[in-house]
Every structure is written in structure tokens, then in C-alpha cells.
Write a new protein. Sequence first.
Length: 189
Amino acid sequence: MSAYDGGKRLFDFLGAMVALVLLFPFFVLLVALIRLDSSGPSIIRQKRAGKEGKIFTLYKFRTMHESATLYARSPASLEDSRITCIGKYLRRWNLDELPQLWNILRGEMSLVGPRPEMPFVVEEYLPWQRNRLLVKPGLTGLWQISTSRQYPILDDIGYDLFYVQNRSFLLDMWILWKTIGVLWRGSFK
């Protein structure tokens, strides 16, 4: 393990631990709001491909009605009828992703890296696209803070591959700093 990888793991662990402790009361509030809004579990589990394609269980706050398909191949827009009332706000401010701090604590994810994909997406990768699996997936990444408003997969992977090839502590800190601004504006992807 390189010094960067060891330092990143320590930073991820401590960052996730502090965030989970500080946000615990907020988590309890969100769980209550989700349960009041619609029936079903407040936190859902989804299978995702992590580093080297290893499948792990990702945690998210539920934003759709319980009967909605969790593995739809197309992302739901905020106007989608499957999205709950509270789910619209959770998605708008990306609060539905907060339970992934647990994945970071467990070492399955990092604070910064390519977003984890569903296994059926990774199965369709071309060989060069699989390079995004050389690092742990992240809670935020270059694509999420970019100013592009489109979502072609090649742009997504292009940002991810740039990160994989150029990752460093300074780049991670810059991405985290920019993420705060993007979240504040409510334009996170």
C-alpha cells in the first residue's frame, strides 16, 4: 500500500467517523420523515461494483415508494411519480447518499472517487472503461462537481479516468472543497 493509499484510508475513516457522529441526530430526523412520508424501510440496500469490480452492498436513504423498482436502468427525475415527497428533497440536496458514510467507514468506498455503478452497468464496460475500477468508488468525484449539465457515459468515465490517473491528496482536497460549494447550490449530480 502506498503512502497516499494509507493516508487516504485514514482520512476516509476519520472523516466518515466524525461525519456519522455529528450527523447522527440528522439521520434520526431523516429516518422519521421518510417513514412518515411513505411505508417501507428508511434505508435501502443496493448491490454496486467497487474496486476491481468487487460487489458490495451500498446504503442509501429511500427516496422512492417501496413498490418502485430499485434497479431501474434509467435514473428517475425529480418529477418521476415513483419519488416520494421527502425523496424529492433528499435527492435535490443529495442527502439520500449520506448512509454511504457507513460504506466508507467499512472500507468499501472512499470520500473521493468515481461513483459506484450497478453491476449490470459494469458488465457492459469496454476494457478501457474498466480502469475506473482501479480505485475505490467515492461519495463524490470530479464528475459530480463538473459544470457539464449532460450525462453521456463517456463524459462520466472520462472524468473518472482522469481522477484514477491523477489522484493525489491535493486533488482529493480540491474535490471535497468544490463539493461543498456544489452541494450548497443544490446542483450536485
